[in-house]
Write a protein that binds this ligand. Structure first.
Ligand SMILES: Nc1ncnc2c1ncn2[C@@H]1O[C@H](COP(=O)(O)OP(=O)(O)O)[C@@H](O)[C@H]1O
Ligand SMILES: [Mg+2]
Length: 207
């Protein structure tokens, strides 16, 4: 399965969720390749420091994503791609190769409007690929989990993209990269974060 994390905005949780997804799959004994497709490459150090058997590839050229992905996919059970911010050629390339793309997005209507631009790219890719990839929104940094404003729910419905339960704003998520860990390795203080993340990852990998 090829998972892509993309959005038009930065700072919405693409890297945080991509790294947690890769670590979770790896701990389930899946053979995982992580593609850091963001020129800022903030995920790469984090993935290396986790010390898990995850193969890391840094690829931010759209041509390389298009051409190398089939080979990389045949050598792995799962591929996780951490995309750059913006609707670049790289983001398009991810949509042309992924099976599932996820759009983490902040908890405001403005964040959702930004995400709607990524959904436009998703529709273009789906047209040329007979409905693939699937796309879902992941509301992130929620003040209270599950508490999305009515306006946000309505706007998401109009976009026609499912919205997953998402993650609340929690210090443990923000601290994870600095500790070179995922939240499930951070002990009691990160218990709620860990439960929330597990539930999200189950949703992302279902079906
Ligand atoms: N649910 C959350 N609660 C608190 N901080 C978060 C949460 N999700 C992400 N962050 C923090 O927000 C910042 C941006 O997240 P990041 O995953 O790097 O986003 P992106 O890859 O989309 O730019 C990072 O400092 C990260 O630790
Ligand atoms: Mg990032």
């Amino acid at each position: 399965m090829i998972y892509g994390l993309t959005n038009s905005k930065g700072g919405v949780g693409k890297t945080t969720i991509a790294v947690h997804l890769a670590a979770w799959l790896s701990k389930k004994k899946r053979k995982v390749t992580f593609i850091d497709a963001d020129p800022q490459s903030s995920a790469s150090q984090w993935i290396r420091e986790l010390g898990l058997p995850i193969q890391l590839e840094q690829i931010d050229s759209p041509e390389t994503i298009i051409h190398r992905l089939a080979k990389l996919a045949s050598d792995a059970d799962d591929i996780v791609i951490d995309g750059p911010a913006g609707l670049s050629a790289t983001t398009r390339a991810i949509m042309l190769r992924a099976d599932k793309v996820f759009f983490p997005c902040g908890p405001s209507i403005l964040d959702l409007r930004a995400a709607s631009k990524a959904v436009t790219l998703l529709r273009e890719a789906q047209k040329t690929r007979k409905g693939k990839p699937s796309g879902s929104l992941i509301p992130n940094k929620l003040q209270k989990r599950g508490r999305l404003s009515r306006e946000m729910m309505d706007a998401a419905k109009k976009l026609g993209v499912p919205m997953l339960a998402g993650l609340s704003l929690r210090q443990s998520f923000a601290d994870a990269a600095g500790q070179a860990k995922v939240v499930s390795q951070m002990g009691a203080p990160a218990l709620l974060a860990s439960l929330e993340m597990n539930q999200l990852l189950k949703e992302m990998t279902r079906g």
